[in-house]
Design a protein around this ligand. Sequence first.
Ligand code: HEM
Length: 375
Amino acid sequence: MSAQCPYRVVREPAEVREVLHRPDDFGPANALLAVTPLSGPALRILQGARFALPPVLASNDTSSHPGIRKVVAGFFTPATVESMEPRIRQLAKEAAYEAANGLAAAGSVELVQAVAALPPAVVMLEMLGLPVRDLPELKAWSLDSLELFWGWPGPERQLELARSAADFYRWLRKLVLESVASPGRNLFTSLHEHGLSTPEICSLGYFLLIAGQETTTQLISTALFRLAEGSMGIAWDEATSKDKATELVRRVLADESSVPTWRRVASRDTELNGEAILAGEEVLLELTGNHAGAGASAPKGPLPYGLAFGSGIHRCLGAKLAELEAAVVVEETAAALPGATLHGPEPEWIRLLSFQAPRTVTVARLGSWAKAGTC
Ligand code: HEM
């Protein structure tokens, strides 16, 4: 641990898994804390929106967690995820078709906006029984909130990001109240019936409406970037097969997942690998990039990407969905844009404590270009 890094960093996959499987020693209370302490003026902006993130799900270390988790898990059962595949494919095909047309017209196309941004958001809102609306705002708020809580914004930037988070939170509270009052099954009604208060539902919604789609957008972005770059040992045109697209996504999850780290905090004096750890010490777990056998030169066989979604009682509830969405979008994009290759300068990357992806993935035609087919 150094002055620059306030965390005890755990890199070894077996140790990361151990920490995640010792919830009584290492709790998630710090999972959603701002990496950079928020300034007074930024906090006042948030207070103006009655912004609060009481522990409900990802940061909940109390006995209420399993019951709440069960309610949320009911919206992402394996059968529900499987039944969504045709819808995911339809959205992916439509986006890829538009991207191919854009490329044919302009000579290049930016794939983060064209194919990665919207399908995960539409799918998540539909699965939660929530209205699909204000998607551009949701995408912008998501990036701003990730930077506010997992980035290193200076004082001025904090104010901008806090205003954005406050707008998101006001929008969310309206959506929660409207959803709870409306007939039909939706996540917020189910949480209300489970006994959660409006601030608790808003807290869960704030995390889930970001985590349930922006992380997948970022996974797709990195997968398409590495595919177009040709650095993963899988050629662009090979990714038109579902198996190859899935393999690519798993390689990215193993190597440079969109959620590269996650935090825990020691709830009492304990030890890890023979080293003493004091109560209150914060631990940064590396979830990706340290798995022997990952990378382009990885041997064939199952990939060790299991930690990308965490492990144990807080393991990601959207793991199957995210993997499926990413593979289908990659597959349909590769099919609609045959022979695409990276175009233009090296993109800027989102680099936050726990989130990473290229902000843009611009591709152009390589050689002769097949005209976009019908959707
Ligand atoms: C590439 C996409 C995604 C990645 C890399 C990812 C990663 C993670 C990680 C690392 C955790 C913390 C796990 C732990 O503490 O052990 C987590 C928690 C969670 N994720 Fe994801 N996630 C992704 C997509 C999704 C999606 C699509 C959803 C839902 C639609 C989702 C819902 C959740 C929930 C609800 C939790 C909290 C679970 C709990 O505390 O019980 N995630 N995710």
